[in-house]
Design a protein around this ligand. Structure first.
Ligand code: RRO
Length: 302
């Protein structure tokens, strides 16, 4: 069997599939269930300093090419999340804790507590496309990406990986800013800022009007972003956006990703998607006589 293991900034993964933040990840039980179903690692829902209920319904619209969401960062808050993280970690899961806040100090404080719970890495959500005063502004200013990353790096010992927004004109500048701030890896991409309107109602469907588009429709955008980032920085990249199959994952890997995250495909392929995508990657490696997946990272750059 081909070697599908990989590594992201020193975090060893048995395979390159990770659970993307925002799916089945607010409790230790669901995180562990996803890990046991085959994910190489699981990323938590973005956790903030206090509990948050999120936005009013409707918060999700199903579309042909994917899903539009405006959840509004619902989460139990960093204190209550401790017992959930423990369940996942005690069960043997590789856990990356996703963090948000309103300023660098808040990000750093939440990240420090999460790291204290024992998570293997920290993902910085700098890129929620519809949260006022939180991700959106940070994601639009390279200096803020550098500053927030540096603030968290100063407080935690585990690898730190900012998650970048595709809703900018040159994502490579933001990856560069993350690297300048000391990022150990970058995650690309968060959802695309988007809207759906109900013609009969003459109004946007989401209660929050704006949301983030995920799923197959955004995969070519994500692959392009990872390709551009790979040309700009030296840190490892985690690719995310519309991965449903092994071939989709291989696109990201050949663009430069060391691992991929999967979220929306849970709705179409179910919990077995992590094991299935891994098996599809392994079959490709065997057919192509490639022994190690790592040999294909960035292969599309020639
Ligand atoms: O919770 C959300 O509404 C949300 C977040 Br934090 C994010 O980063 N991306 C997204 O599409 N939705």
């Amino acid at each position: 069997m081909a070697d599908v293991s990989t590594e992201v900034a020193g975090i060893k993964l048995r395979n390159p599939t990770m659970l993307a933040s925002g799916f089945l990840d607010e409790t230790g039980g669901t995180l562990l269930r996803v890990f046991k179903a085959g994910a190489g690692a699981v990323v938590t829902k973005s956790i903030g300093p206090e509990p948050r209920a999120g936005y009013d319904n409707p918060t999700i619209v199903e579309l042909e090419g994917g899903m539009l969401n405006s959840m509004g960062l619902p989460n139990p808050g960093i204190e209550a999340f401790g017992s959930e993280a423990k369940i996942a970690l005690d069960g043997g899961a590789v856990v990356v804790g996703s963090v948000f806040g309103k300023d660098p100090d808040e990000y750093a404080a939440v990240a420090k507590t999460l790291a204290g719970y024992g998570v293997h890495g920290i993902e910085l959500n700098l890129s929620c496309p519809h949260a006022k005063g939180l991700g959106t502004e940070i994601a639009q200013i390279p200096e803020a990406v550098r500053e927030f990353t540096a603030a968290v790096k100063a407080k935690v010992g585990v690898p730190v990986m900012p998650k970048l927004s595709p809703n900018v004109s040159n994502i490579a500048d933001f990856a560069q800013a993350a690297e300048d701030g000391g990022a150990d890896a970058v995650v690309a991409i968060n959802t695309l800022r988007a809207m759906a309107i109900a013609p009969e109602l003459r109004m946007p469907i989401l209660a929050n009007k704006y949301g983030g588009l995920s799923g197959p429709a955004i995969r070519p955008v994500g692959v392009r972003c990872v390709y551009e980032i790979h040309e700009a920085v030296d840190v490892p990249i985690v690719g995310v956006g519309g991965v449903e199959t092994g071939r989709d994952a291989l696109e990201y890997i050949m663009a430069g990703a060391s691992a991929v995250q999967i979220g929306t495909a849970l709705a179409t392929r179910g919990l077995s998607v992590f094991a299935d995508v891994t098996a599809e990657i392994a079959a490709f490696l065997e057919a192509q006589k490639v022994k190690h997946l790592a040999d294909l990272v960035g292969a599309a750059h020639g």
